[in-house]
Design a protein around this ligand. Structure first.
Ligand SMILES: *Cc1c(COP(=O)(O)O)cnc(C)c1O
Length: 399
């Protein structure tokens, strides 16, 4: 492609961005370069600190043509200057936190989010002298109230796991800027098709590529996008020094998945809305959360901030444990399994006692609020791309 890909529409970008010729042949499909080392014809420094962005390929942990193509495709979709691809979403999260925060810094983070993120922030960061305040980030005033002089970063997850709470990225970005803190957003549930956090004022956007972006449940990966100035040190620390490089094979599969991301997100949204409406009318269902429903308490913000409501529906029933057991044996199409964002439908019961004590460590009013929504447990349904009527028939069998 010879024109400026940044000026093309998102469907064209998803297919063509990044698939240039740097280090590859003239195939229409990008090469998969599995080589761990590269033949060099000039002297290259061994220090990662001197790495230029257009340096020749030397060793895959430093840079690889296939991984670089994935990085460029994602940077284009997020409208970012730079991107690094990593081994998993958690590697991307830890890259941001460990690569940006220093001893004495303070982090404000959503009090309910992806359990791995919650546990890393609460359990590991304090070991490095980083203090962490989890707050309900659905209200920007809670974030403002938690600010300290040493607050260096605010971390949002929107929509969040598993409550599907939103955070107003533009409003929080203003607070972060006034305070001189960085805003990082885990945008895994939204994808760049729904929301582009950098355009709303965030400094860094993080993705689990294992989910919608790869989209097929066959490759793990993660990524961080942002300015060159913020991403370059993460490349040195997280990839070259800590070694969280993605396999080029996974990068290649994820790139292939990304080509259909805009189409898939339309399909996920359409099916999720149909399933959410079915669930809302089901007598055994006590509560349904989906940003695309009028009944979602932040539906207006969803309309403002999301161009697509994505495909995750959370719901609560009576006797959730028995229903979960029925699901394990009686579901026909839907898989009872963790993870999300695949073309296959996945459902899982997230039990409240377990999550609030081990991952979130919620107490008092925060615990009451969580229980108000989730009860004893919430089913997280990642609505796939099968026929919506077949999915509803499957749910009908077990509810
Ligand atoms: C899955 C997920 C992660 C972690 O990604 P992995 O690829 O499993 O390491 C982080 N955040 C969110 C919101 C996720 O759904």
């Amino acid at each position: 492609m010879s024109g400026d890909i940044r000026k093309k529409s998102v469907s064209t970008q998803a297919i063509h961005a990044g698939e240039g010729r740097r280090g590859s042949s003239t195939g229409s499909v990008p090469d998969l370069v599995m080589s761990s080392t590269f033949i060099v014809d000039e002297e290259v420094s061994f220090s990662a600190n001197n790495l230029e962005t257009d340096a020749p390929f030397v060793y895959t942990r430093w840079g690889n043509p296939t991984n670089g193509q994935l990085e460029q495709k994602l940077a284009t979709l997020e409208n970012a200057e730079a991107c690094i691809a990593l081994a998993t979403g958690m590697a991307a999260t830890t890259a941001v936190m460990l690569g940006t925060l220093n001893q004495g810094d303070h982090l404000i983070i959503s009090n309910t989010n992806y359990p791995g993120t919650a546990e890393f922030a609460r359990g590991s960061l304090p070991r490095f002298g980083i203090s962490v305040t989890p707050v309900d980030t659905s209200d920007v005033e809670n974030i403002r109230a938690a600010l300290r002089t040493e607050t260096r970063m605010i971390w949002l997850e929107t929509p969040s796991n598993p409550l599907l709470q939103l955070a107003d990225i533009a409003a929080v970005a203003n607070v972060a800027k006034e305070h001189g803190a960085l805003l990082a957003v885990d945008s895994t549930f939204a994808t760049p098709i729904a929301t582009r956090p950098l355009e709303l004022g965030a400094d860094l956007v993080m993705h689990s590529l294992t989910k919608y972006i790869g989209g097929h449940g066959d490759a793990m990966g993660g990524a961080v996008c942002g300015s060159n100035a913020l991403i370059a040190p993460l490349r040195t620390e997280a990839l070259i020094h800590q070694g969280a490089v993605i396999s080029p094979f996974n990068a290649w599969l994820i790139m292939r998945g990304m080509a259909t991301l805009p189409m898939r997100m339309r399909g996920h949204q359409e099916n999720a809305l149909a399933v959410a409406e079915y669930l809302q009318n089901h007598p055994n269902v006590e509560l349904v959360r989906y940003p695309g429903l009028d009944s979602h308490p932040q539906h207006d913000l969803a309309n403002k901030q999301m161009q697509n409501f994505s495909g995750i529906v959370s719901f609560r029933t009576a006797n959730a444990k028995q229903i979960a057991e029925r699901m394990m044996s009686e579901l026909d199409v839907i898989h009872y399994a963790v993870s999300l964002g695949h073309h296959r439908s996945l459902i899982y019961l997230l039990q409240t006692d377990d999550l609030v004590s081990t991952s979130y460590r919620l107490e008092g009013a925060a615990l009451d609020k969580y229980r108000d929504i989730a009860g004893d447990g919430l089913f997280r349904f990642s609505v796939g791309l099968e026929d919506a009527a077949d999915l509803c028939a499957d749910l009908d069998r077990v509810l």
